[in-house]
Structures are given as C-alpha cells and as structure tokens.
Design a binder for this molecule. Sequence first.
Ligand SMILES: NC(=O)c1ccc[n+]([C@@H]2O[C@H](COP(=O)([O-])OP(=O)(O)OC[C@H]3O[C@@H](n4cnc5c(N)ncnc54)[C@H](O)[C@@H]3O)[C@@H](O)[C@H]2O)c1
Length: 271
Amino acid sequence: MGSGIAAMAAGHGLPVLLVDLDQYVLTQTRSRIDQHLRHAQLLSALPADRAPAAVRTTTSIHDTEGAIAVIEAITEQVDLKRLALTEVSQVIAPGTPLVSNTSGIPIDELAEGLPRSADLAGIHFMNPAYLINTVEVIQGPRTAPEIMAAVMRLLEELDRRVIVVQDAPGFVTSRLLHPMLNDAARIVSAGIASVEATDLLMQDCLGHPTGPLRTADLIGLDNLADSLTALYERTGEERFRPCELLLDKVEKGQLGRKSGQGFYKYGGDFS
Ligand SMILES: NC(=O)c1ccc[n+]([C@@H]2O[C@H](COP(=O)([O-])OP(=O)(O)OC[C@H]3O[C@@H](n4cnc5c(N)ncnc54)[C@H](O)[C@@H]3O)[C@@H](O)[C@H]2O)c1
C-alpha cells in the first residue's frame, strides 16, 4: 500500500518521503513507484498539469520532521502501529495530521496512549491507491475538527472522493468485503468449487470485477488474515475468523501476488 499511496501523492505533485524498516523493501519500492506512475499516467489517473514530485526513501522515522501529513501504512498489527504512530508523533509538529491506513483496527484504539491522540484520523485507501479514487475516511471520537479539515484539504489536493464513516472494526468496506473473501476460501476448502470456478461465478453472474480469490491475492493473504483476525477479536463473529486454507497459505509463504503465489500463480514482477 505504501508504494501505491506514495505514487498517488507524488503523481499529484506532493513530495513524498517513504519510510520502511527494511532497506531492501525501499530499494524494490523505487522501481515499483515508477511503474505505478507510468500505469497511472497511461490510464489518465493523474493530473496532466502537474509534474510528479520527488519520492525519497529512508529507514529513519526521524526524517519525517517537517512533514505536512503522515500516512501510516505498516503491518496490520495494533501494537506495531501504536509504536510507529507514537514514534512519528514525537518527531512531527503538533497539529500535523497523522493518518492510519488500517483496514479495520478502530482509529480510537490506535489513538489510545498517543501523545496527541486528537491528531489521528483514518484514511482507508483502496488497492491500488493510485487508481481507486474513492476513499473511506474515519473520524475517530477524539479526532480534532481541525485535523479532519486538514485531511479533507489534503484529499482534495489528491483528487480523492471522500466518504466519511464512523469508527468501528473494519469500518464499512473491510467489514463487508473481508468475510466474503474468507467465505470464498472456505468454499474452495470444502471442495464445493475450484478457485477459478468461484471467481468466475462471482465475476460473470454477480458482476464482481476480479473475483474474490483474485482480490484476496491482490490484497495479500497475510494482510487479509491479519485484518480478519483484527475483526474477529473485536466482534467475536465467527465469519471473521480466518479459515484454515488462508492460514495455511500464509504459513507456506503463499501470500498472493506479492510473493508470486497465492490462490493463483503469478509470473514476472508480482507487484
Ligand atoms: N493490502 C491491501 O490491499 C490493503 C488495502 C487497504 C489498506 N491496507 C492496510 O494498509 C497497511 C499495509 O498493508 P500492506 O498490504 O501494504 O502490508 P505489507 O505487509 O505489504 O507492507 C507493510 C510494510 O510495512 C513495513 N513496516 C512494518 N513495520 C514498520 C515500522 N514500524 N516502520 C516502518 N515500516 C514498517 C514492512 O517492512 C512492510 O514493507 C495495513 O494496515 C493494511 O491493513 C491494505
């Protein structure tokens, strides 16, 4: 998600600093962002009147000093997110919008214990962020109105269409989509239909653009399992418990497109 969000912002003329713990990820990401930018330009998804801004990369969160906004898009684990958000909020100026791209951890839960919890809001960018221009925005109970106003200005500059929802596990999109993807995996696991048949039925009969299992591969099966777990832990609803087939694939490193194998096999550059 980080590379897609970075490409979208840079493509709209906003300079980006991409932070990751892993230097190898950052090296890979540079060429991925260039590919995203070319793809977005081909599909006229970027403004023609602005040249793409620079994207810099770093492994040091301290380099975020002076940022006009910070978008956190790290692994879907509440403790890791809280730690990263706390660290970055000690570096950026008070009143700078601090945004989480979580798929479903409530914003208020992430705000708990932050030095300036009112500075945190949620923007749920979809995948790929540089092509899908509608975003789900979450105002947590503690999010300051000035922060929401700044988030709206930022999204306007990024030409995003905003839909604001209340804070809740999975918000709207993950709450509806993720159990459907989980059920599709359960159908395959129970031998009711193959991966291909399940996707084709959803595509051709019900108008789903890619099919649930191809969508799961695009999301990343590790992220999907983490997001489902986050939903299950917070709602207790069985439909959110990641199914065995999903967990098995994650265990085997079959993470979807990003690893070259998930429900489908992918060749070449998987990103
Ligand atoms: N994958 C999707 O389709 C999708 C869609 C919408 C939202 N999201 C959300 O976006 C976030 C990222 O998802 P993803 O699929 O890109 O995950 P990913 O696992 O592909 O990437 C996460 C990156 O975060 C880095 N990271 C981990 N801890 C860090 C830290 N403390 N500081 C800096 N970098 C750190 C990792 O090295 C990794 O490169 C998650 O919260 C996810 O739920 C994902």
